[in-house]
Design a protein around this ligand. Sequence first.
Ligand code: PEP
Ligand code: MG
Length: 551
Amino acid sequence: MITIQGKGVSSGVIRGKLYFYKRADTAVTNRKAEDLEAEKARFAQAQQDSIAQLTLLADKCREEAGEESAVLFETHAMFVEDEDYVACVLDTMESEGCCAEYAVEVAGNQFAEMFAAMEDAYMQARSADILDVSRRLINNLMGISDSGIASDEPVVLAADDLAPSETLQMDKSKILGFVTQGGSGNSHTAILARTMGIPAICGIGEALKQEYEGRIAYVDGETGVMILDPDEITLTNLKAKYDEQQRRKELLQSMKGQEDVTLDGKHIKVYCNIGSPEDVASVLANDGQGIGLFRSEFLYLAADYYPTEEEQFEAYKAVAAAMEGKRVIIRTLDIGADKQVAYFNMPKEENPAMGNRAIRISLTRPEVFRTQLRALYRASAFGKVAIMFPMITSVWEVEECKRACENVMKELSVEGIPYNPNTELGIMIETPASVFVAEELAKMVDFFSVGTNDLTQYTLACDRQCSDLGRFYDPHHPAVLRALKTAADAAHKAGIWIGICGELGADLSLLPTFMAMGIDELSVTPTAVLPLRQALRSTDTRSCDLSALEC
Ligand code: PEP
Ligand code: MG
């Protein structure tokens, strides 16, 4: 039996075959070809496979995103068969006696360099296309699937670490749980695992070895323990834990349909955080009373191109309609930091968490912002949609956001497209700057929602992504809690409500503190709704205090 300890970041006990994630950019080695003709046949097959994939992508794009994106994939398909490019691949194979993967890499790099050296900016930009095409051919040669999981049965997915975009693009039906060497509980991948209800352990380090591939693993996402080949006693304990979990879940069912109210009659909004329209099923199953945070950027992360206004509108409308008049707070694009999207072509940054992310991107790429706002306002005609802006630091940012909203409303009015002109606007309090100017900000919006994941990161100057900062990243730090209290006081002074949509909102040990501050809303992962309701219903706010704010 092998016992490996990591950090449990999404609870649940599961059993399954360990499978190491095959990343689409796995390095190519210069392997000698045993049989050149066979290598050429492999290359021809990879060409066929690539063209089939690109044709499918082009068709899908034409339907969903319009002609422009479709043409890109058609051009890629043409490149796969380009005479000069193919000749270069075959010549390299002949002259070096190497495998097809290596020949494709060499040819791809040569062509990319050639394009990059051209005068014309359009031709220079083709350099990225040729690299993309070559990578597709290489992946097909190496048998790497788009989802990174070439297994017929669901697996326990192991990886060094997983980016949110990778997690989103995987086929979820193939995943029983995640185990990663790096990562932290505050990363978006961990948040995604919790939202999807998939048990996960991160920060395992070197103990997670590639040689374990294919072994049966038991994963306990609560304790952070992974066990290979358990002995009889351990197996019995794991089974008991699993049964206990099921029992607890059943007991909590009695909370469904109950009000979110404290013992002394204070009503609190218990909402849910989601990342896609599919997550609404879990919100409804767990009786969430609204959506406090729809991370709209996950739509962008799951796609290979800018989601169109129509695609976004359909997604937002579906959520608004499914929630049947309950509040749905949709956060505008929060790309950047750990949420990187290739087609945004963001320059590499030394400190991406403090770089061009979230509202900064929206305000510097007005067309991207406008498209999203149009989709949001159009969806506002189909439910109780509210719009929320992330990572605000300044009053002028909110002024610009509101101006952008007004312009979009004017456009829609002229076009005769219905929308709700009273759509609520809110901001996220995630930076110390927004806390310091909270009184001014509160006069400009309808609500505040505190992003404690980032507020902790920026208040404590502590990277939320870093797995080994351990106790230095402490959302219970009095500085973080005092920032929350300052924001709550400012909100209430201006007569608006304040919620928490960061992970801390589900931390039951702080519930009395939040109640003492007068927090009005808690937005949590759907599976955390019923435990939170249960705790809330046995809390008397008259005995809650602010002692947690003391050092
Ligand atoms: C937060 O920072 O707490 C938050 C809710 O936003 P995200 O985790 O997506 O950055
Ligand atoms: Mg945040």
